[in-house]
Structures are given as C-alpha cells and as structure tokens.
Design a protein around this ligand. Structure first.
Ligand code: ADP
Ligand code: MG
Length: 393
C-alpha cells in the first residue's frame, strides 16, 4: 500500500503537492473548475495540519512563447484563492530566486502556487521528459512530496516521478480514492458488464483485450462498433472503419462470441452536423453514403437487458457522436439506464466523463474517474509510472 498524506507529520514542513489544475479555459475564463475543486480536500488538510503548502501543476501544452500567456496559472491562483478563502501566493516562475525567496519566507498554512510546470517544456521538454536536474531542483524546494494529480500519474514527468524519487512521498486524497475505486474493478461483483464506445479501436486495443477477459459481457457501441460490424460481414457504409483492425476484431469475436454484444440497429446520417436528417437502420440496411453515428433504440433495449441484471458496470466511450444532439440519444439513455441500475457504477475516460456530467448524471454514479488516460492505463494492467515511486507504507 502506498503512503498517503495522512502518514506524514506535516506541521511546519514544506509540503509540495502536485495538483491537476489542467482545466478547460476559453477566452481567459475557466469553463469548468471541477478539477480545482477536487484538489481542495488535500490542500485543506495540509493547511489544517500546519504545513507550508507549495503547489505545482501543469496546464495545457506549452509549445511556444505565445502559449505562456494562454496557459499561465495566474487564473487558477485567483480561482483557488476564492475556493480556499485564503490568498494563494502566485509566483509567476517555475524556478529561480523569486521562487526560493518566496518559499523561504513562508509561514505555516501559507499556500504558494508556482507557474505552469510545462513552461519548462520550452527548453527541451524538461518537464514532460522528466529531466533529472529539474526534478531535483523542485524536490529541493520542499520536505515532503504529495502526488494528487491522478490525470498525469501514468506519465513520468519531472514534477511527479522526478520529485518523488528524491523526497519522502505519498498520495493525496484524490489519488487515493481513484485507486481504491479502480481496484474494486479488479474483483468485481458479477455479472460484470462493460460498455465500450468512443471513436477508435486502435487507441484502446490493449484495454479491450484486458476488459473482455475480465467482463461477463462486453457491450460495444460508438465508432469502434463499426469495425467490429465490418469484421462480422456487415456493410457499414461510410461509418468509421479501421481496416487494419479488422483481423483483430475477427479474432476477438471468434474467441469471445459469448461475451461480445454488438449493436443490432444504428442511427445514420449523410453528414455529421446539427439538424441533419437521420435514419434508423438495422445493421444490414446501412447504405453506402450513410455514416453510423449512434446506437439505435433496439440496441438500447438489448443493452438494457444486460445492464439490468448486472452487479458491476464499467463504461468507457460514448456510444454515439454525442456532441451533436441528433446522435446523443444513445449515450443519454445509457446514462439513465445505468443510473437506475443497482450495480456498482464506474465511469472512465475523459469524453465519457464529460458526457455523463453534461447530461446531468454524474451524481448518480458511484465513481467518475477524473483521469482519462490514467484510469484506462490502470485498467489495462499497466503500472502507473508516477505511482510506482511513491513510498510504501
Ligand atoms: P473517452 O475519452 O471517454 O475514452 P474516446 O476519446 O474514445 O472516449 O471517444 C470519444 C469520441 O468518440 C467522442 O468525441 C464521440 O463523438 C466519438 N464517437 C462516438 N461514436 C462515434 C461514431 N459512431 N462515429 C464517430 N465518432 C464517434
Ligand atoms: Mg477521449
């Protein structure tokens, strides 16, 4: 078991907390502050224990000098100050004298936020490639390291792995909860039903391979269903198809014919746009110039039948092009059906989490994993790089 923030004596200590403040920003406005809110518990705890709190986070991808203005954490600092009801001291630098001076004059319960760790990427990707010197530099600023950024925990960056290799380290409350919830899926109550959708199979081959074994039933929707349908001999018109994945799909369908459930009807259109004319088609009726963009009502019924009997549900990947209203029904109905089920309900994946939230069902789930890639990497059975180096209890 990994150490958590509770396993350390924090009073008077300089505690570096790696947070995930990677929030969506449009025209200088934070569009969704849930990631900031989710980090509050750990920050509040550190303050209440009398720590000097030093926060690090990345925001977006910084590729040019111009990106610096767009992705400065100063905006986050204001939002965080309001949420904490405590002025966060923002240092617009990632290292140097200003940083060191500010940290040396900290009092207990103070909170300092340094500038976006990815600014270091402008200089040879020092952050993203886990430059050893940079990790050492940041580690030397504190006494204890707490990783509470689940979204990047599968990556080796200077601000997570780099620091934790040097300092005594533990995880924060958010990471602790994520791991605990995802661990439950390793020994699920059965029947265990998994729904997979989204756009591409190639992104998720390893995940599909792993999950099909674990599950009792694997319901497939979304863009990836069409390569499976093609592999079963259907004409899928102009739907998304990854030709080079057809052999993989065939193999999987042969081996797990008793587990894999494919759509029997779909919603099609000739174009992907709002207010387009849509058609309901059985999967042997799709025309050449039609694109399959959602699961149909009969498929939803079939999926419901499996979901109603399940004891554990994991869902990754919207089952339709949900960003457009005409193709969002399947995903919305699934939200509803899963909400009403008595199963243990876990949602993973960035877009799936967004869909469930936007459609107003987030409170009805047992857990929505905040780290898209990180949660899927964990479920693939791959070790989370930045978690490995955290101290064991
Ligand atoms: P997640 O982020 O939850 O893992 P993905 O990134 O794999 O999910 O997939 C999400 C995307 O899949 C959405 O943007 C959605 O529009 C798209 N999608 C779903 N169904 C289809 C479809 N039938 N054709 C094309 N794209 C689809
Ligand atoms: Mg996605």
């Amino acid at each position: 078991m990994k150490k958590t923030i509770r396993d350390f004596e924090l009073k008077g200590k300089k505690v570096i907390i790696r947070c995930d403040f990677n929030v969506p920003i449009e025209d200088g406005v934070i569009k969704d502050d849930s990631r900031i809110r989710k980090s509050l518990k750990t920050i509040r705890y550190a303050r209440s224990e009398g720590a000097k709190v030093i926060l690090l986070s990345h925001l977006g991808r910084v590729k040019s000098e111009e990106d610096k203005e767009k992705y400065s954490l100063s905006l986050i600092s204001n939002a965080l100050s309001k949420l904490l009801r405590k002025k966060v001291i923002f240092i617009p630098k990632t290292r140097g004298e200003e940083v060191e001076k500010a940290i040396n004059s900290m009092h207990e319960r103070d909170v300092i936020l340094l500038e976006n760790t990815r600014f270091e990427d402008l200089d040879g990707k020092k952050e993203s490639k886990n430059n050893k010197k940079l990790g050492e530099y940041w580690a030397n600023l504190g006494d204890i390291f707490i990783n509470d950024a689940f979204g990047t925990i599968h990556r080796s960056h200077a601000s997570n792995l780099g620091i934790s290799k040097i300092l005594h380290s533990g995880v924060g409350f958010l990471v602790e909860k994520e791991i605990k919830e995802l661990e439950k899926l390793q020994n699920p109550k059965r029947p265990y039903v998994i729904i997979m959708g989204g756009s591409k199979i190639s992104d998720k081959i390893e995940l599909v391979k792993k999950l099909v074994k674990k599950s009792d039933y694997l319901l497939i929707g979304g863009g990836m269903a069409f390569t499976f349908l093609k592999a079963s001999g259907f004409n899928i018109g102009s739907s998304l198809c990854e030709k080079d994945q057809i052999p993989f799909c065939k193999k999987l369908l042969d081996k797990y014919s008793d587990k894999i459930v494919l759509p029997i009807d779909v919603i099609t259109a000739k174009e992907i746009k709002e207010n387009v004319k849509t058609n309901e088609r059985f999967i042997n009726e799709i025309e050449e110039d039609e694109i399959g963009l959602d699961i149909g009502p009969k498929t939803i019924k079939v999926f419901k039948h499996y979901l109603d009997d399940s004891k554990t549900v994991f869902w990754n990947g919207p089952v339709g092009y949900f960003e457009i209203k005409e193709f969002s029904k399947g995903t919305k109905r699934l939200c509803q059906i899963i909400s009403e089920s008595k199963a243990y309900r876990v949602i993973g994946g960035g877009d799936t989490a967004r869909a469930v939230e936007e459609m107003g069902y987030s409170k009805k789930m047992n857990h929505i994993s905040t780290g898209g890639g990180a949660s899927l990497t964990y479920l693939e059975g791959v070790k989370l790089k930045a978690l490995e180096s955290i101290d064991e209890k």
